[in-house]
Write a protein that binds this ligand. Structure first.
Ligand SMILES: CC(C)(COP(=O)(O)OP(=O)(O)OC[C@H]1O[C@@H](n2cnc3c(N)ncnc32)[C@H](O)[C@@H]1OP(=O)(O)O)[C@@H](O)C(=O)NCCC(=O)NCCS
Length: 204
């Protein structure tokens, strides 16, 4: 398990599928996270997907929970690939508890994914994808140092029209330049505890 401030990242267990069933069928949540709001899944389909996840060694999938209460608040994923002989982590997240949107947790989850990618898995770059109307996600990604790249034009059809998709990425050196500030901002008084365990680069 990976702890980052008040957040814990733990593997998805079969017992979590009930919660995922609720989140994965939430029109608004999936409209933002995957731009496929009609992508409803029943329990049997989720169980089948879960069996695939168990076998998939390239992707880490987590339940994100609050350390203190152990309440599950969302999911995060990190997919490793080495297209072009460069190690890349494709990251993504959603906060299933919608009442927690806009409170800074997305930024914390994103920094945690960057820490896993650069400080543990030694990747060269991280990337993420987000649909044009997802301004909240764009802000959270950019606040963590991701740069908006090219648009995939008219890549999603939602609510009566086509939307572009945007690619975001951050290189290892770019992250290391920002790391100290990002850790200070996102960890606050939990920085010292985190530093003792994990900080061996960039002077922290
Ligand atoms: C995207 C998501 C993970 C971001 O997490 P979050 O905790 O809500 O985001 P944060 O509070 O860390 O940051 C959101 C930023 O957007 C801003 N924001 C909040 N609501 C907004 C809105 N409706 N429009 C534009 N910006 C908004 C916030 O002010 C904040 O910016 P700031 O840090 O400059 O003040 C979360 O909202 C979520 O799960 N959304 C649904 C699924 C999803 O979109 N997943 C990501 C797919 S790429």
């Amino acid at each position: 398990m990976f702890e980052f401030g008040k957040l814990r990242f733990r593997p998805i267990e079969r017992e979590d599928l009930k919660l995922l069933h609720e989140w994965e069928n939430d029109f608004e949540l999936i409209m933002y996270s995957r731009s496929k709001p009609m992508n409803f899944v029943n329990m049997a389909q989720l169980e089948k997907q879960y069996e695939e996840w168990v076998k998939d060694e390239k992707e880490l999938r987590f339940i994100v929970e609050l350390v203190d209460s152990k309440e599950a608040i969302g999911i995060a994923r990190l997919r490793r690939q080495d297209w072009g002989n460069v190690k890349t982590a494709e990251v993504g997240t959603y906060i299933g508890k919608k009442e927690l949107w806009g409170k800074g947790l997305g930024r914390q989850i994103t920094v945690a994914l960057l820490e896993m990618s650069f400080n543990q898995l030694n990747v060269d770059r991280c990337e993420a994808w987000s649909v044009e109307y997802n301004h909240r996600a764009h802000k959270a990604l950019e606040a963590c140092g991701f740069k908006k790249g090219g648009a995939m034009r008219q890549a999603a059809f939602v609510n009566g029209r086509k939307w572009d998709g945007f690619h975001f990425d951050i290189l290892r050196d770019e992250y290391l330049k920002k790391r100290t500030n990002l850790l200070k901002q996102t960890l606050g008084d939990k920085l010292e505890k985190y530093s003792e365990k994990h900080c061996t680069i960039n002077g922290y």
